[in-house]
Structures are given as C-alpha cells and as structure tokens.
Design a protein around this ligand. Structure first.
Ligand SMILES: *Cc1c(COP(=O)(O)O)cnc(C)c1O
Length: 428
C-alpha cells in the first residue's frame, strides 16, 4: 500500500521577492535616490542628467521616420506576431544598412531586439554561465551591471584613461582577463565619456582580445554620431579573427528611444561562435517574442529614406553644445572638462581640493541643485567619483544658462588650496 506523503502547505500569505530581483539594481537610481535634491524655487530647474535626447522637445525624429511608422500602421501588415528574431524584411534592411567593408552581414546574422538594452542582455546571457566574468569599462554605462545580476556573472572593470581622451588602459585590461572571462564589453562612442576611438587604438585593443581568445560584445549604439574630424570604425571591420556581437539600434541616431528598436549583428569569425551561440541567441529572443512589429514594419523605410542631412544637423547641434560647454567649463576654477568627440555627453573633473566646504562630490552636486537648480549626474553613477557627466542634448540657450550658473556656483565656493600657487587648469 502506498503511504500518503505529508505535504507541507502554507498557513498564511508569504509572497517573497526573488534573490535575483533583489540583486538587480540600477546604479544610477541607487546613487540619485541617496541625494537630497531640492531645487531653488526661484530658479528654473535644469536637469543636465537625463540621457533621453527627446525630453526637451528640441530634438525630434525626422519626417521620414515618422511617415515610415504611420505607413507601417496603415498597411495593416504589421499587427501580428513576427519571428522572435525579427521579420525577414527588417533583418534584411538592417543587414544592408550595417554592412561595411570588412564586416558584411546578412539577414541570418541579425537579431532584432527591444532596444539596444535588450541586445546587450541577450549577448551577456548567451555567453556566460554563473561564475564567469565579463569585463566592462570604467567609467561606463551602468546597464551592464544591472544586467549582470540575473545571470550571476561577475562584472570586472577595466579603466579608461581621462588624460588620453578616455582610451582603454590596455595594461589594466590585460591584467583583468583570465580563463573565466566570457567577453569584453566595449563601448564606442562612449557614454558617459563622449570619446571616439581611433583606428589605431581599436587595433591595439583587438591584439589583447585575440591574444587571450576573448569574444567582444560591442556596444556601438552611438555609431556615427561623431563630431567633424572624427571617424567611427565598427570594431568588427578591423578584425578577421575575433568573434564579435555588435549591438546597435535606432534609439540615439534616429532620436526615437521609446520605439525600442535594437539589434545584434553576429560577426562570427571562422565559426567560433558556431551554431550554438546563434541558436542560443535565437532561443533567448523567444523569451520576449521579438520587438514591436509595427516598428519592425517601418524599419526598411526608415533606414533607407532618412536623409543624411538629418544626422548632420543632430551632429552639428551636439558639437555646438559640446564646444560651448568645453569652452565655458575650461575657465571655471576647480573644473576640468574633457572635450568629447561624439555622442551626447561631456565628462567634467571636479577637483574637490578646491571645494573644502563639501565633504564629497555628491554633496557638491546636491548644493548645485539647491542653490542653482542645475543637476549633473555624479560620476559615482558610472563608478567614477570625482567627475560629473553633463548631457549635451539640451537646448543651447538652456545649456548656456546652466553653464553660467555652474560658473557662478564654483567661483562662489572655490577656495585656493594652501601651498598651491595660482590655479592650474590641468591637462587640457
Ligand atoms: C542609450 C544607450 C543604450 C540603450 O539603448 P536602448 O536602445 O534605449 O535600449 C545602450 N548603450 C549605451 C551606451 C547607451 O547610452
């Protein structure tokens, strides 16, 4: 006779949150929530903190982008489920749009995702098991840490060098690699630095990845949003040896972050990812059943018809703001901006020696809000204390006003440090 097993059952409600959910944090939110942010009621609040270029209403998608979406809706062809990796036409369009000499891709090499964030998530997940490590840049985009919790992977930082326009410290990178390093996350152009790597620097970086057989996850979401005189080199076009997963999308270049359209390009050198990684990416894509079908339907039209002049005018605007911010902040005592070469941000070093009134750079950021109603993200959000990041996508007049207030604030609180004769404006 079968014994009836005693089953333990709950006697009351006890719904608990998973350990993985608890560990999943957004470093930016974590830092910002600890700050006391009370703007001065007499001054308009100017947030130079939010990395969404659309919030001020001055940067909008072009007509072609908008029409592409309208036509996609009207066609009534894009209301159903598409393949999890994206529909064939849209993947074809991305392959064509992204193929460059030395880095050709076809539709089968493209996975469409819900924004570049989702692309990064799939890439980090497909390449790691618990216990592996992934190398990410410092300062760097905080999403990489956020994504690491769910997959139980160790995040290791490699340093970028401010005095070399944020090039990678290749010695440090090499020190951090071991046999459990599943991938190097590489970000060019950079958020938060606004740096754009030279071809030579990328080649030097590739030597290290090749030496230790480490695949690359390339976050190239800003691609050719670079200022005149700079050139964006897709990393996959500079190596024939290293397998690369390149993550991109329409978010930044087309000024439609909310449309959530991203992609992964699989550049599989000598079949080193092989069938398994491809299959794994397709399998993982099924978790969300692919990105929004209406945007997919619009993608071929958008990629084909957006005029070059649209990108040129975005770049011109960002370059004007970058130059303005750099010029003004270079003259502010205690600050040291680093001129960006692309993307939408400028990093500014804050030399706390000259601001003894504040216990830390976080306190300085708080006081800038309470006195001048200007909010810059503290470098701590990017694992990089001693700096602040300023967003350059705000309207130029507003930026000018914010820079004047920062200037006034710093002059007000600046104290010439004992034993230092005169103020030396650093390495710029
Ligand atoms: C904005 C950004 C992303 C995320 O883009 P989405 O398409 O909105 O998910 C990824 N990487 C970097 C460096 C970014 O700045």
């Amino acid at each position: 006779m079968e014994m009836k097993k005693e089953v333990k059952r709950r006697l009351e409600w006890s719904v608990s949150v998973s350990e993985k959910a608890k560990l999943t944090v957004n470093p930016i939110r974590n830092v910002v929530e600890t700050l006391k942010l009370q703007p001065n009621p007499d001054k308009q609040f100017i947030p130079l903190s939010i990395g969404d270029p659309t919030i001020f209403g001055n940067l909008n998608p072009c007509e072609e982008t908008i029409n592409g979406l309208i036509e996609s809706v009207k066609s009534a062809k894009n209301n159903g489920y598409f393949a999890a990796a994206g529909c064939e036409e849209a993947r074809n369009a991305v392959a064509e749009y992204c193929s460059v000499i030395g880095a050709q891709v076809e539709a089968k090499d493209v996975i469409l995702t819900s924004g570049c964030s989702h692309a990064l998530d799939l890439c980090m997940t497909v390449l790691t098991n618990p216990g592996a490590n992934i190398l990410v840049p410092r300062p760097g985009f905080s999403l990489y840490e956020t994504l690491s919790a769910l997959i139980d992977v160790e995040i290791r930082h490699y340093e970028l060098l401010p005095e070399r326009n944020w090039e990678i410290d290749l010695n440090d990178l090499e020190d951090k690699i071991d046999c459990k390093t599943a991938a190097i996350v590489y970000n060019n152009p950079s958020n938060p630095c606004g740096s754009v790597f030279s071809k030579k620097h990328i080649l030097d970086f590739l030597v290290i990845a090749e030496k230790y057989f480490v695949p690359i996850i390339a976050d190239e979401i800003y691609e050719d949003l670079v200022f005149p005189g700079n050139h964006f080199h897709p990393i996959a076009s500079l190596t024939t040896e290293i397998p690369v997963l390149s993550c991109g999308g329409t978010t930044k270049k087309f000024l439609i972050p909310g449309w959530r359209m991203g992609w992964i390009l699989i550049h599989d050198r000598h079949s080193r990812f092989g069938y398994e990684i491809r299959h794994g990416l397709n399998a993982l894509a099924q978790r969300l059943v692919g990105p929004n079908s209406v945007t997919q339907g619009a993608l071929p039209y958008i990629l084909k018809n957006t005029p070059k002049s649209f990108f040129d005018s975005t770049i011109e605007f960002l370059h004007i703001n970058a130059t303005l911010a750099y010029d003004v902040l270079s003259q502010v005592p205690g600050l040291r901006p680093i001129m960006p070469s692309g993307a939408m941000y400028i990093m500014v070093s804050v030399d706390m020696i000259y601001f003894p009134e504040f216990a830390s750079d976080l306190e300085l950021v708080e006081r800038l809000v309470s006195e001048e109603s200007v909010f810059c993200l503290p470098g701590k959000c990017f694992q990089y204390p001693g700096y602040v990041r300023i967003v350059l996508s705000v309207p130029t007049d507003l930026l000018k006003e914010a820079l004047n207030r920062i200037d006034y604030f710093c002059r007000n609180h600046f104290v010439r440090s004992n034993g230092i004769d005169g103020y030396d404006n650093g390495f710029n």
